[in-house]
Design a protein around this ligand. Structure first.
Ligand SMILES: Cc1cc2nc3c(=O)[nH]c(=O)nc-3n(C[C@H](O)[C@H](O)[C@H](O)COP(=O)(O)OP(=O)(O)OC[C@H]3O[C@@H](n4cnc5c(N)ncnc54)[C@H](O)[C@@H]3O)c2cc1C
Length: 379
């Protein structure tokens, strides 16, 4: 077993770390307070290859693999979780189009995602009435002339107001997963309306909106993959997406632990730094251990995906453990800061708020447990 990173993986991690430290971290709190989408920063990240880490070079990616992607995501999230989720979805959209699109779809969209010509990509599966139960979605797509007409609403779509392309799931047949197809929808589509921005607990510098389709007209070429085969595309994308969200959570947790260590060494009570109280030391040790265990699980899932091996179970475990651990790590960092954790002068309140959603999106913790239990009982 080899735990060493390759030169490419080290290079990507260092590139992400340098950029995150110099450019993302300093303004992260301010962007969060203003709810400012990091458009210019995302373009710079695209120039560094961070919008197509696991995308083939011929489509403008850096083809560095899934482990490199996970490492980069951890570094970006450690500095700015809002930027990280935007990066995660854009990479995911580029990968979906590469894997399931035809050559003209790949050529039309992937280089624009990886180069930053599109500010972001969006993934539109969730609806007001269906999140965990994605196969219950109700948006319809019916054939009309040579194209398609979409009706329905997508909810909580990350980067939906900025995306150059949205991957949208809609019902083309009967009920259940077999009646679902996937479409590529550009923002100039007639009949597509973008809803108001959600006012969120955290990740406020990321954009979250609804997408409303009212007789929205798409050309025949908008269909991604085969008609009726959309649900497996969504499930495959979510498996990979879970590695991204898990890495995001680890990045936020790492930032929280670092802040806690710094503060514990500075703050004195009862005549000594609080870092010398055993209660604080144990919190720090638990956080370090939990984050490291999470990191190993996620990197294993990334390693399997990179080799084309099955990784659904490992990605679910990685997501479950990372996001729940990172939430505990953020809560401990907050506790270690005492009253100062509760005010904006210190970043831990932001880490805690940003981290909270990681056990929700890309499949809640309950859904991960369902996936895992189902596999365990079936096998
Ligand atoms: C900030 C943010 C960004 C998002 N970005 C995107 C995006 O870009 N694209 C996208 O498509 N979606 C996105 N989502 C949606 C997200 O994926 C869903 O919110 C999530 O999947 C949960 O769905 P739901 O909110 O409908 O909750 P529900 O599915 O209604 O679940 C409610 C609760 O019931 C539990 N539950 C549900 N079913 C079961 C079960 N069978 N057994 C046990 N418990 C169960 C859930 O775990 C949860 O605790 C985003 C959400 C947020 C908040």
């Amino acid at each position: 077993m080899d735990f060493e990173l390759s030169e490419t993986q080290q290079l990507i991690r260092q590139t992400a770390r340098d950029f995150a430290t110099a450019e993302l971290e300093p303004g992260a709190g301010e962007r969060e307070r203003k709810g400012e989408f990091p458009g210019a920063l995302l373009r710079k990240m695209a120039e560094l290859g961070l919008m197509g880490v696991n995308v083939p070079e011929r489509f403008g990616g850096v083809e560095a693999g899934v482990v490199a992607y996970a490492l980069a995501m951890m570094e970006i999230a450690r500095a700015c979780a809002s930027t990280a989720v935007t990066m995660a979805v854009t990479n995911m959209v580029a990968e979906i189009i590469c894997k399931f699109g035809d050559d003209s779809q790949r050529q039309a969209h992937v280089p624009k995602l990886t180069s930053g010509a599109y500010p972001a990509g969006a993934f539109a599966l969730t609806e007001p009435g269906s999140g965990s139960d994605a196969a219950a979605l109700r948006t319809t797509a019916r054939r009309d002339g040579g194209g398609w007409v979409l009706n329905g609403t997508k909810q909580f779509i990350t980067s939906g107001a900025h995306a150059g392309v949205n991957v949208v799931w809609a019902r083309t047949g009967g009920p259940g997963p077999k009646g679902i197809s996937t479409f590529l929808v550009t923002p100039d589509t007639p009949g597509l309306k973008i809803g108001p921005e959600e006012k969120k607990m955290g990740l406020r510098a990321s954009n979250t909106v609804s997408l409303v389709f009212e007789d929205a007209r798409l050309p025949a070429s908008a269909l991604l993959g085969e008609e009726g085969r959309g649900f497996p595309i969504a499930m495959t994308a979510l498996d990979g997406g879970r590695i991204g969200v898990a890495s995001q959570a680890i990045g936020i947790g790492t930032a929280a632990l670092e802040a806690a260590v710094r503060y514990a060494k500075e703050r004195c009570t009862f005549g000594k730094p609080i870092a010398e109280h055993q209660a604080i030391q144990w919190m720090l040790a638990d956080s370090d251990t939990e984050l490291d265990a999470a990191r190993l699980l996620v990197l294993r899932a990334a390693w399997l995906k990179e080799r084309g091996r099955p990784f659904t179970r490992e990605a679910s475990m990685g997501k479950l453990v990372s996001t729940e651990s990172a939430n505990r790590v953020c809560a401990r960092a907050f506790q270690i800061h005492g009253g100062y954790g509760y005010v904006e002068d210190y970043p831990v309140e932001r880490y805690l708020r940003d981290c909270r959603v990681t056990t929700i999106y890309e499949g809640t913790s309950e859904i991960q447990r369902m996936v895992l239990a189902r596999m365990l009982l079936r096998d």
